[in-house]
Design a binder for this molecule. Structure first.
Ligand SMILES: *Cc1c(COP(=O)(O)O)cnc(C)c1O
Length: 356
């Protein structure tokens, strides 16, 4: 049976990415070697790394003065690397959920953290607004897409301080004005590649900001990796190769604007089905709904049917819609590689179940 993959991460990859990866596992770039066994210093792989940085810049229209690097360690390592490299005395954070909290916890190891807004008391069902960011902080950190709670910041904030964003789960779902950010990071396993690689878009000006403030371990200093073009140590060779294939596919599709159009259409189909349903209900405030991770539950009077719906959906080839334990119910992740057809299979299953 055809499967419809709604997993939140690692998550669906395009057939284009998978096919090119399969080919490269057998014979990478005509070398007669597998991508899994080639030296990261080979000219064939250094070309992959260079092209991945270039294409990342091209697709997101990243201005001059920025670099893109690919590291291991996941977005979670960035939770500490960001403050280690950028926080001198004080930083502001927006508390929008689990991932934001993990970032806040790490930042506190390096300085004062001012949480300017939080939607915790409402189980993170909206994005806090109307707060002020103190002008004297070293940076302001946001999580643009809250993968677990299904809220999203779909704009580039104007703030009077340096802006840092975790875009793990919504990068390449809309054009981003990168010039407003000092640093953007994310695990690639949501919208780009298999697990194992983390992307970092960093303003060159940020490098070396901690000189005279704190001594940084070599591997945790952005400068180390920027200077060596992500080749200071062995990079995650295969995930970077896969990431490049996805970026090529994005370019073929028509770039980020086209991805945004497709993503918004997919999300609209699902949210419409939820809003017009007697049985299902969305969990977050409409204006802050994520177009990447759609969270919904069953209305109180149908609550005991959630398990049955999961089984019913499974019988239709729908995979990965069980909600995160902190929200319950269902979460459908609609990443770029998920076809509209899969969303329609899900909404049809919801209707069929409801009518039964
Ligand atoms: C998945 C996720 C993370 C964690 O990524 P790892 O690569 O597992 O460390 C961090 N932030 C957000 C927004 C995520 O969705």
């Amino acid at each position: 049976m055809k499967k419809h993959n709604f997993y939140a991460g690692p998550s669906i990859l395009s057939q284009y990415t998978i096919d090119h990866c399969v080919d490269a596992i057998r014979d990478f770039a005509g070398t007669g070697l597998s991508i899994l066994e080639i030296s990261h210093r080979s000219k064939e792989f250094t070309a992959v790394m260079d092209e991945a940085e270039q294409l990342f810049k091209e697709l997101l229209d990243i201005p001059a003065g920025y670099r893109v690097i690919f590291l291991g360690g996941g977005a979670s390592t960035q939770f500490c690397m960001v403050p280690m490299n950028l926080l001198k005395t004080k930083a502001a954070y927006l508390d929008t959920g689990t991932w934001a909290n993990k970032a806040i916890k790490e930042a506190k190891l390096f300085g004062e953290v001012c949480v300017v807004g939080s939607s915790k008391e409402d189980n993170y069902t909206y994005i806090p607004k109307g707060y002020t960011v103190p002008a004297d902080v070293d940076y302001f950190h946001i999580t643009t897409n809250n993968t677990i709670y299904g809220t999203e910041i779909r704009e580039d904030y104007d703030v009077p301080v340096r802006l840092v964003a975790d875009m793990s789960s919504d990068i390449f779902s809309r054009p981003v004005d990168v010039s407003k950010y000092d640093l953007i990071y994310g695990g690639a396993q949501k919208n780009i590649a298999p697990a194992g690689v983390t992307f970092i878009i960093i303003k060159e000006e940020v490098l070396g900001r901690m000189e005279g403030v704190r001594v940084l371990p070599t591997m945790l200093n952005y400068k180390t990796h920027v200077e060596k073009g992500s080749m200071f140590n062995t990079p995650p060779v295969f995930p970077v190769y896969a990431a490049l294939q996805t970026l090529k596919w994005y370019k073929e599709l028509g770039g980020v604007k086209e991805l945004q159009r497709i993503d918004e259409e997919k999300a609209a189909v699902l949210y419409d089905a939820i809003d017009s349903s007697k049985m299902f209900v969305g969990t977050v405030k409409a204006e802050d709904r994520s177009i990447m991770n759609v969270c919904f539950v069953m209305k109180p009077e149908y609550k005991e049917l959630e398990k049955d719906f999961l089984e019913f959906a499974t019988s239709k080839g729908i995979v990965g819609i069980k909600g995160h334990r902190s929200v319950g119910g269902f979460r459908a992740s609609l990443y770029n590689a998920l076809p509209l057809e899969s969303v329609k299979v899900l909404t049809a299953a919801m209707k069929e179940f409801e009518n039964k």
